[in-house]
Design a binder for this molecule. Structure first.
Ligand SMILES: *Cc1c(COP(=O)(O)O)cnc(C)c1O
Length: 428
């Protein structure tokens, strides 16, 4: 056990973990079932174009959520783009800035202006009171994001959308398996969009879905995601290729069978973190409504630097040196990323809570790749770093990291999905 500040890897101690612990390591279902389905698929020689696994996955998800239509897609971003287009959004659309950049990009990609709205600091979701101030004659819709799987204030958003005749879409990338007022996320607004990316609670390797109770909208989306084909040789609409393939679908079907196990593991992990960090000054673990269904996929801390002394960014550095690859989701907010930063250089002025929260949050590893022993060690490191808070801050701010960051991060870290994503985002 590390006992002194010098035991921390960043100050020369041995890293607590040999192998990197990631935020968002994928959850896998039963391997035999997976391989059996792959065998089936190979025998069938049907790899894409609305194959039997895709059809089965769509049925299962629609049943589980209690929604009339589920259209699975190649990823969540394309699903968002298609949902936006099918709903005929244009001009301006109001979204939170505190989200993954794909929410904004899905609009910008189609030359629709994302208008960034502030969040409620308690829920981290879009603040309905701020939305009204952002509405202009050009506004056509609102996209709420159920961040961390915590539902938006859906009732308030529905009211605003109805009053102003705006379309209401939800980016439910984090919300699979969660409920709002005892109804599953996925059946609200005009439509909702899931991501089944490996970092998400439920994955199909890459994948996503649009879910909606509107049959006409669903029919349009089905055309759009398949080049506008209504049958062989008959194109009746402009479309793209948003199809999910059979590999992804069978992965999804297999993972779906283990959903309750994933939730149980995540919930245990969450409780372990709560127990370990409950009384650490300056650290608060975001809460979930335990009366609702919840996937507990995100362990998110808010760091109050005035109390911890050591900064949020320094805590991330300290953890990374120990091979705990903590993340600053979703720092610094979309409005501080390109092209939005250049388009709206002063957006931050109307986003005080977004700016404040983005500087405080820190995501920790959970999921099936992490257990109580790892969590105890991670929390011990955090407590030690905060116990020596002023000293740690001093030593890290004077000279930069005392140990080069790459020294202890082994090769395993390099394939890390989040790191790759970050790389991709930077290269745009
Ligand atoms: C992951 C994510 C997306 C994008 O989904 P992909 O499947 O990776 O394209 C969109 N919005 C949010 C909030 C996300 O977290």
């Amino acid at each position: 056990m590390k006992e002194h500040i010098d035991d921390l890897a960043i100050f020369g101690g041995l890293p607590a973990f040999q192998e990197a612990l990631h935020v968002g390591r994928p959850n896998f279902g039963n391997r035999e079932r997976l391989l059996m389905r792959i065998d089936d698929m190979l025998n069938r020689k049907w790899l894409s174009n609305n194959g039997p696994y895709v059809q089965e996955l769509e049925r299962r998800i629609a049943d589980m959520i209690g929604v009339r239509n589920c259209i699975v897609m190649c990823n969540g971003t394309v699903a968002l783009e298609i949902a936006i287009r099918a709903l005929e959004l244009k001009g301006e659309v109001i979204i939170p800035s505190f989200t993954f950049v794909a929410t904004a990009h899905a609009l910008q990609w189609q030359e629709i202006t994302p208008v960034f709205c502030d969040i409620d600091p308690d829920t981290h979701t879009i603040d309905p009171l701020c939305i009204e101030k952002m509405i202009t004659p050009r506004t056509t819709g609102i996209i709420g994001v159920h961040l961390w799987g915590r539902p938006c204030d859906i009732a308030a958003l529905e009211e605003i959308a109805a009053a102003h005749r705006l379309k209401l879409l939800f980016d439910a990338a984090h919300g699979f398996g969660c409920s709002y007022k005892n109804r599953m996320i996925g059946s609200f607004g005009n439509a909702e969009v899931f991501s089944f990316h490996p970092t998400k609670f439920f994955n199909t390797s890459e994948g996503g879905a649009i879910v909606t109770n509107n049959d006409v909208l669903a029919a349009k989306i089905r055309l759009m995601k398949n080049f506008g084909f209504s049958g062989y040789d008959n194109v009746i609409y402009v479309g793209t290729n948003g199809k999910m393939n059979e590999f992804s679908a069978l992965m999804g079907l297999t993972n779906l069978e283990s959903l309750n196990d994933f939730i149980a593991i995540n919930q245990n992990n969450y409780q372990a973190y709560r127990q370990e960090l409950g009384s650490v000054p300056g650290v608060s673990l975001i809460d979930y409504d335990h009366g609702e269904k919840c996937n507990y996929q995100y362990v998110v801390l808010e760091i109050d630097e005035a109390i911890t002394q050591v900064t949020r960014d320094q805590l991330v550095e300290i953890l990374r040196a120990e091979n705990v690859l903590a993340r600053r989701y979703f720092y610094p907010g979309c409005h501080r990323m390109e092209p939005y930063r250049s388009h709206f250089p002063h957006a931050g002025l109307v986003l005080p809570e977004t700016e404040r929260v983005a500087k405080r949050v820190l995501s920790l590893p959970t999921g099936t790749a992490v257990g109580p022993d790892e969590i105890r060690k991670i929390c011990h490191i955090l407590r030690l770093a905060i116990e020596y808070g002023p000293q740690a801050r001093e030593r890290l701010s004077d000279h930069g990291p005392a140990v080069p960051m790459t020294k202890h991060i082994n090769a395993g870290a390099r394939w890390s999905v989040p790191t790759n994503r970050e790389g991709q985002a930077l290269s745009i």
